[in-house]
Design a binder for this molecule. Structure first.
Ligand SMILES: Cc1cc2nc3c(=O)[nH]c(=O)nc-3n(C[C@H](O)[C@H](O)[C@H](O)COP(=O)(O)OP(=O)(O)OC[C@H]3O[C@@H](n4cnc5c(N)ncnc54)[C@H](O)[C@@H]3O)c2cc1C
Length: 421
């Protein structure tokens, strides 16, 4: 029977620590709203630099996508490095190219127990006409000194265990981890570095008064700070209505199988690389630390209510690994990713003293941590440049209709993926 009440991560993580809600009048240099990868890495970097920092979360550290994701640590954006050079300059390409290093360095430096594995990320395709684009991407990273390799169809089948793909590449900078243990480890590390973390503390209002900010929370705290950072990504609610209108919070679904047998483990991802393919609604898969096959992808637009809502993922599982038709699914869960038109993270600074980072478009493990650290450094010393320019908070046109359009788009892209297979 599939467990829909908890994720594989909540079932296998170390117990959550308690971070009691702050009440009454509080003071900090910086208040960070949102205790996921982005908020916690910002706070940790600020604390390392001596800033008094408070992190508040509506629920608890890792409640959002950071505690629910596939745990694939992938550097880069959805754009090729030459395109990023043209859009933002070489320093940005270098920054995103090092995003996975940032994560694994944090894990090493603070000895965070989160089952890190660094065996690379495979980007395969089922479409012959995607191969030239993948090769171009691989060669562009290679020209920048990154270790990667081209995989023909036979080698791809050996490394993934799936007969579906016609080729692709492997990027050895990437890897995987247990995301909930990682985010809980980041919270513990930040707390040890004197960051105050306050769970069950939804920011309900944000007001500029003179040179500082006042943040009120649902637990009754009034926090005054010189700087505010908003790191609420796909869980951004009505705190800044204009901000919520810049993204579409889409559901991303995950399933995890029963533990694989020794023979299955030797066939599916035998080197423990992670995979996401090139289709419009990418499928991604990996082996979990407790030896299950995990598959993720876009589901229905709304939150799932029953196992039926995961039927696309379950049929993808059978298509990817037809040799194992009877693999049982033990866990199914979902979370929200923040999508935008540009497929790029956004950093906004609508008013001095207020910084916002969101829009990771399903690639926030490495990028969220890297941007969080960069924002922390920038707030400690404004001469340190951010890797991406500030962008204007531009609401998406007809934002209120997006659930409807996004559902249509999901069906449309699925149909095109199927027709082109
Ligand atoms: C199912 C799934 C699979 C994914 N797989 C991958 C993957 O394999 N690799 C990858 O790179 N990315 C993946 N992603 C994306 C990645 O998880 C996210 O981009 C990343 O976790 C975003 O981190 P964050 O800290 O910005 O936001 P989140 O982790 O979403 O945190 C936002 C936090 O803000 C809090 N919050 C919201 N409003 C308020 C408020 N008013 N007051 C206080 N707190 C508030 C929420 O409670 C939440 O804890 C996946 C996402 C999902 C959902």
């Amino acid at each position: 029977m599939t467990d829909l009440t908890q994720s594989l991560w909540t079932a296998t993580a170390r117990p959550a620590e308690s971070y009691p809600a702050l009440t009454g009048s509080q003071r900090a240099d910086v208040v960070v709203i949102g205790a996921g990868f982005t908020g916690l890495t910002t706070a940790l970097r600020l604390a390392e630099g001596g800033a008094r920092t408070i992190v508040i979360d509506s629920v608890e550290p890792g409640f959002g996508a950071s505690g629910r994701n596939g745990g694939q640590v992938i550097p880069g954006l959805k754009y090729d490095p030459d395109q990023v050079d043209q859009m933002f300059g070489e320093a940005t390409t270098d920054f995103i190219g090092r995003a996975a290093d940032t994560v694994f360095d944090l894990i090493d430096k603070y000895r965070i127990e989160c089952s890190p594995v660094r065996k690379g990320w495979i980007q395969p395709t089922v479409k012959q006409d995607h191969l030239p684009g993948l090769k171009r991407r691989m060669l562009q990273w290679q020209a920048r000194g990154c270790k990667n390799e081209w995989l023909d169809a036979a080698r791809m089948q050996q490394l993934t265990g799936s007969p579906c793909f016609v080729g692709g590449w492997i990027d050895y900078r990437a890897g995987s981890l247990h995301p909930l243990n990682f985010v809980r480890g980041l919270a513990r590390t930040a707390a040890d570095a004197c960051v105050t973390i306050s769970s069950q503390s939804k920011a309900t209002s944000l007001k500029r008064t003179g040179d500082s900010w006042e943040v009120k929370t649902s637990a009754g705290a009034l926090i005054r700070a010189e700087q505010v950072v908003i790191a609420t990504n796909g869980y951004s609610g009505s705190l800044l209505p204009k901000l919520s209108a810049t993204i579409v919070p889409a559901s991303s679904f995950q399933i995890a199988s029963e533990p694989l047998t020794e023979a299955q483990l030797n066939e599916i991802l035998p080197t423990r690389a992670v995979v996401s393919d090139t289709r419009r609604l990418a499928n991604y898969f990996r082996i979990s630390p407790d030896n299950r096959l995990m598959i993720g992808g876009r589901g229905t637009f709304s939150e799932p209510r029953s196992l039926n809502d995961y039927s696309k993922m379950i049929s993808d599982r059978r298509m990817l690994f037809p040799q194992f038709p009877d693999l049982k699914i033990d866990y199914a869960w979902s979370g929200r990713v923040a999508m935008n038109r540009e497929h790029l993270p956004h950093i906004h600074q609508p008013i001095p003293g207020l910084t916002v980072a969101l829009g990771f478009n399903g690639r926030g493990v490495a990028m969220g941590c890297s941007l969080g650290r960069a924002i922390g450094e920038h707030l400690l010393d404004s001469r340190v440049e951010l890797p991406l320019p500030f962008s204007k908070m531009k609401p998406l046109p007809l934002h209120a209709c997006h659930p409807f359009y996004a559902t249509l788009a999901i069906w449309y892209y699925r149909l095109r993926d199927q027709l082109e297979n």
